[in-house]
Design a protein around this ligand. Sequence first.
Ligand code: ATP
Length: 317
Amino acid sequence: MFDVVALGEVLIDFTPQGVSERGNPLFERNPGGAPANVLACLAKLGKETAFIGKVGRDQFGTFLKQTLEENGIHTGGLVFDGQVNTTLAFVHLQPDGDRSFSFYRNPGADMNLHPEEVDFDLVRNTRIFHFGSLSLTGEPVRFTTFEALKVARDAGVLVSYDPNLREPLWESLDLAKEMIGKGMAYADVVKISEEELTFLTGLEDLEEGSKALMASFGNIRLLLVTLGPKGSYYRTADLSGEVPGFMVKAVDTTGAGDSFLGGILHGLLERDLDLDSMGEQDFLNLLLFANAGASIVTTRYGAIAVMPTMEEIQARL
Ligand code: ATP
């Protein structure tokens, strides 16, 4: 039995790393992809994790498989595509560490995952199943993701979801809203950013937006909203609250949201996924722990390889 199984993309983030002698920008090959990042965080904290997804039969794909294994993530569910290359993303950093992406994924191997390539027993034999919305942007991986969600739901597995809106990857924003919403209908735990909350609800106010999202999707038991350096916010059916972020010198926020969610899922596993027994202080402690881990990630370049250890998080707390 795994603690967390995730389905989705594992890819290369090329992160800016200074300039060459001739003044040309240099990019570092960093392994990433949101669902894989979440697993890397959990594995670093001692949880049993497994990844389901696809890479190209190329040097990047081999490197990614090796990276997942080096980080203690089970790769029995990772398949190779002989026709389509591994997905690449170039990260563009702003001076405050915030970033945007250019994706080389037209298509990329992660999108080409067919249901017959998935071992659905992995989805049944886990305490938490996690997914994102990059695997909802196109077929066949969209169909495969919904198949996995039905299996998870039928098996009574807790479902975690990070919509992670990447606008350039969608044919239209209407389709993005429709598909992200379809995914939302399966989720028990949802992590979104403030901007994504506004995109989905049309509301700028955190209280109003989070209430509206919970009202639209009665299945959501815990909604988490990340607020960048300001920290994070949560809402359940009865409770809500906010925990400020840690003051750090951020250089690259890639993977911060994923580390945050990894920290949250770790806390829920430690509490035997008994969300109903959790009170206000339990949720605030959960967010504090997740903010601490995420703040550490923002001070480092990359994602998978730089997830914090328990000792580092405790020291920050
Ligand atoms: P992603 O799009 O990668 O999923 P996100 O938008 O959900 O990320 P952010 O809000 O940028 O993620 O960050 C997640 C968490 O990381 C925040 O809730 C906060 O705890 C921490 N964090 C982010 N940026 C900073 C920062 N500059 N200083 C301190 N903590 C930060």
